[in-house]
Design a protein around this ligand. Structure first.
Ligand SMILES: CC(C)(COP(=O)(O)OP(=O)(O)OC[C@H]1O[C@@H](n2cnc3c(N)ncnc32)[C@H](O)[C@@H]1OP(=O)(O)O)[C@@H](O)C(=O)NCCC(=O)NCCS
Length: 85
């Protein structure tokens, strides 16, 4: 997000729209990778850390793989194949 537009709620609205689209497509979860600077943003939106990716961007700059179930358990129907992560 351009620095002068951060904090206006645009990122939250984009994320909510993506989650809604995924629900409509039948996806159960959203998995993403983010730099440390945006970790708090995703945690506020219900994402949890699945894995820390050491030196992902470059030496000394890790990434976080984060995940959120976007579909309630009762809506998921038949047992899903467990993802590898
Ligand atoms: C992180 C980012 C994508 C969020 O987009 P945004 O449009 O600024 O976010 P919003 O305005 O929707 O913020 C929603 C809430 O999250 C909070 N928030 C935003 N960025 C945050 C962060 N890095 N850590 C913790 N909280 C954060 C806001 O304070 C706001 O809280 P509120 O609802 O209580 O007021 C954007 O701020 C950004 O690009 N930041 C810097 C660069 C960066 O880290 N990019 C990600 C690289 S993968």
């Amino acid at each position: 997000m351009a620095p002068e537009r951060q904090g206006e709620g645009i990122g939250s609205r984009l994320l909510a729209a993506i989650e809604e689209w995924l629900r409509e497509q039948g996806s159960a979860a959203l998995l993403l990778e983010t730099a440390p600077g945006a970790r708090g943003f995703y945690e506020r939106h219900g994402y949890r850390i699945d894995e820390r990716l050491i030196d992902y961007y470059r030496e000394g700059l890790d990434a976080f793989r984060m995940v959120k179930m976007v579909k309630p358990v009762e809506d998921r129907g038949a047992p899903a194949v467990l993802p590898s992560w």
